[in-house]
Each structure stands twice: as structure tokens, then as C-alpha cells.
Design a binder for this molecule. Structure first.
Ligand code: GUN
Length: 283
């Protein structure tokens, strides 16, 4: 078997075309969706992610503004800036790029962003809403993964999904979204004993471990759907996932590549959340 590739880049392009129309309609009604990103310091990877978000906003007609603060900014000055944006009616979505310098309490920052403008879906109120299946901003990578599965009509209900990784940004929320879709979910992590006993019985395997090519075909059940959240830069500069694509492609029925897989979908779902935030103002 050679797995069908779920191309996140192509799906993103199609979704962005639809969103462009939605943004045009909102603008006709006098609402100009606007995302403000706060970038603290000059971390090169963060800078590159933020540039990607700005570019994607431009492609759909969403306004974007980047506020750059020095890495020495005090926590209280950063919180003040967030309060100002919370009160600015022209700003619909607020995103503080993580990680932050160690002298700033990330959780405090996340909790200061108004839940109505939390387009990352990181605020505990929005996480609670997601847990209980209420309408909310879903965090972007998990939301992108569910959207990719739906785009190929892959059944989730009743299936066994195994998630490797338990981060607050990916592992935990994706497990919860899969439960909301009626999957039976197992979460594995770095302390899991005999990882293969779980992965080999997964109908849907979501891999977010941060180790290049760790998951080869021996971890995968014949015909499984394999979602690779990894983004690892090799010494030769090549970007690669956590899944050994070549061997797993021979065994799976669906697989996401790296690049052009989950990565582009994460940014695309941020745009979707920003439009949702702007639509709150529609009557
Ligand atoms: N850093 C890495 N990924 C993300 C993300 O999705 N949102 C924010 N705010 N920071 C990040």
C-alpha cells in the first residue's frame, strides 16, 4: 500500500480562498478583521513564524500589526500593552508569540489576553470551553489536524486515536478534540513504557514528539492515518518531521508530509479564528 498524502499546503490555499471572500463581506459591512501580534525579543524562529502569520493575513485581506518589544521588556509593561489591546475595538485578535524570556510568566500573559480576542485558544476559559464541547477558539494546530482529517472524510468516531505528546499547545488539546469527535483516545509521552504496544493498534496516530524521523513503519498499524506534527531542522538545513515518511508511507493509508503538512494548516486556522473574532461584532 502507498498512503494518500494529506497536503496541508493545498488545503490551506483552498481555505484561504474561501476566507478571502468572508473577509471581503465583513469589510463591506464595515468590519476590518485585524490581528495584532506581540513579538518579544529577537528569537529567529519566532521572527520567522510571525512573518509567516503576517504574510498569510495579507493573502486573505486580514489586517495585521506586529508590536515588537525588546527582550528586556518588563512583565508589567507587556501586560499593560495587552490591556491596551484588549480595550482597542479595532483589534479583533491578539497573539503573543511564545516562548517569552524567562523573567516573564507565560501563563500570566496568556490569562491577561481577553478570552474574546484569544485567537490562539490558549486562555484557560477557552480551553475549558473546548473541553466541554462549547463553541470557542480552538488552538490552531489541533484545529488544523481535525480539519485535515475531515477534508479526507477519515472516520474518527469509534476509532482508536493515539497521540504521542502531551504539550498544552498540541498533545492535550488534540486528544480532547478527538474525544469530542467520539474517538477512543490514548495519550502517550516520553515516560510511556513500551510505546509500540499503543501505536501499533492506532487507527489514527498523531505524532508530536520533536524527534526527527523517530516513528518508522514498525510503530504503525497497516492502513492507519498518520499525522506528523514534527518540524525538525537537520544539520544539512532540511526540514523533517517526527515520522520516517518513506517507510511509513508504504504502510499507512493516509499520511501528512513535512513540509507542506500540518505547518501551513496551523497558520490558516489562526486566520479562521481571527475572522471568527471579527464576526462577533456582526449584528
Ligand atoms: N510558538 C510556537 N507556536 C506558537 C503558537 O501556536 N502560538 C504562539 N502564540 N506562540 C507559538
Amino acid at each position: 500500500m502507498s498512503a494518500e498524502i494529506i497536503n496541508g499546503k493545498d488545503l490551506s490555499l483552498a481555505l484561504k480562498e474561501e476566507m478571502k471572500k468572508e473577509v471581503d463581506t465583513l469589510k463591506t459591512g464595515g468590519i476590518h478583521p485585524q490581528l495584532t501580534v506581540i513579538l518579544v525579543g529577537d528569537h529567529p524562529a519566532s521572527r520567522s513564524y510571525v512573518n509567516g502569520k503576517e504574510k498569510a493575513c495579507g493573502e486573505t485581506g486580514i489586517g495585521s500589526h506586529i508590536i515588537e518589544l525588546p527582550k528586556t521588556v518588563s512583565e508589567s509593561d507587556l501586560l499593560k500593552e495587552i490591556h491596551r489591546l484588549n480595550g482597542d475595538t479595532n483589534v479583533h485578535g491578539i497573539l503573543v508569540q511564545l516562548p517569552l524570556p524567562v523573567h516573564i510568566d507565560e501563563q500570566k500573559v496568556i490569562e491577561t489576553i481577553s478570552p474574546e480576542k484569544d485567537v490562539d485558544g490558549f486562555h484557560p476559559i477557552n480551553i475549558g470551553r473546548m473541553m466541554t464541547g462549547m463553541d470557542t477558539y480552538l488552538s490552531c494546530t489541533p484545529y488544523g489536524i481535525i480539519t485535515m482529517l475531515r477534508s479526507k472524510n477519515i472516520s474518527i468516531a469509534g476509532k482508536h486515536a493515539v497521540v504521542i505528546g502531551r504539550s498544552n499547545i498540541v498533545g492535550k488539546p488534540v486528544a480532547q478534540l478527538l474525544i469530542n469527535e467520539n474517538a477512543t483516545v490514548t495519550t502517550c509521552h516520553s515516560k510511556t513504557e513500551n510505546l509500540k504496544q499503543f501505536t501499533r493498534i492506532a487507527d489514527i496516530l498523531v505524532v508530536a514528539v520533536g524527534k526527527a524521523n523517530m516513528i518508522d513503519a514498525s510503530y504503525v498499524k497497516e492502513g492507519a492515518t498518520v499525522i506528523d506534527v514534527g518540524m525538525n531542522r537537520l544539520e544539512n538545513g532540511k526540514l523533517t518531521g517526527d515520522v520516517d515518511f518513506d517507510s511509513v508511507q508504504e504502510k499507512a493509508s493516509f499520511i501528512t508530509p513535512v513540509p507542506r503538512g500540518v505547518g501551513p494548516m496551523t497558520i490558516t486556522m489562526l486566520l479562521k479564528n481571527t475572522i471568527k473574532a471579527a464576526k462577533r461584532l456582526e449584528n
